[in-house]
Design a protein around this ligand. Structure first.
Ligand SMILES: C[S@@+](CC[C@H](N)C(=O)[O-])C[C@H]1O[C@@H](n2cnc3c(N)ncnc32)[C@H](O)[C@@H]1O
Length: 216
């Protein structure tokens, strides 16, 4: 773990807070509010994967916070003076994560912005922050992914990583003509990233598929 990252002697281990984020009362009440949306499409392996990636990062961007599970995961592993800019359009769900971020002692690392991902990225870029982020995680509305990918490529430094979640969409990406909409968009983005000379990629076949794009 990086120097300055969550001190294991001072707090319970990060997995304690991650478990809490998955099962706390707030999340349960949110699940009642959003019956048609799975609470977390995240496996234990995905959580560990994000954590390991976080170790190399001091500045991260999150598009799509929901109740803050993966934002917490990232904040737990970056150094104490690191930052995570996290955005979501749904303030109610994003606010549910805050008590756990505070309890975990990482609240000060998270800059939560209740704004569309596109606008948040535009603001970061026009604020001169291009090339200064180590890591970006894209997990918001699927039809916006291409725009977020292009802007995140500007935002991260060379050698930085963009993680793109749900690239399989339950296997529907194999049949884009049948489903159209977000499935077609994801299919097009997968094809583009596969041939994109600006990055080298790995696709992790766990959960709903995560592509890791390393900026060259
Ligand atoms: C699948 S959830 C994200 C799960 C989250 N990454 C986690 O670790 O639990 C997708 C989130 O994207 C948000 N979202 C939808 N459209 C958005 C947009 N244009 N900009 C930012 N967030 C958006 C939704 O409100 C929702 O909370």
């Amino acid at each position: 773990m990086n120097e300055g990252a969550c001190d294991p002697g001072a707090l319970p281990p990060p997995c304690f807070f991650l478990r809490e984020a998955r099962s706390n009362a707030s999340c349960r009440s949110f699940s009642r509010l959003s019956r048609n949306m799975p609470l977390f499409g995240i496996s234990k392996e995905a959580a560990v994967g994000t954590a390991v990636l976080g170790v190399v990062a001091a500045a991260g961007f999150f598009a799509g916070v929901f109740t803050g599970y993966n934002t917490l995961n990232m904040a737990l592993v970056i150094p104490d003076d690191g930052k995570v800019v996290a955005c979501d359009v749904n303030e109610e769900s994003a606010n549910l994560g805050k008590p756990v971020w505070k309890e975990a002692g990482v609240e000060h690392k998270i800059d939560l912005r209740i704004k569309p991902a596109s606008q948040t990225l535009d603001e970061l870029l026009s604020n001169g922050e291009a090339g200064t982020f180590d890591f970006a995680f894209i997990d918001a509305d699927k039809e916006g992914y291409n725009d977020y990918y292009e802007k995140c490529l500007q935002l991260i430094r060379k050698g930085g990583i963009i993680a793109i979640d749900n690239v399989l969409l339950s296997g529907k990406v194999l049949n884009p003509e049948r489903y159209g909409g977000e499935v077609q968009s994801m299919h097009e983005l997968n094809k583009k990233i596969f041939r994109d000379p600006r990055v080298t990629i790995s696709m992790i076949l766990m959960g709903d598929g995560v592509t890791l794009a390393f900026k060259l």
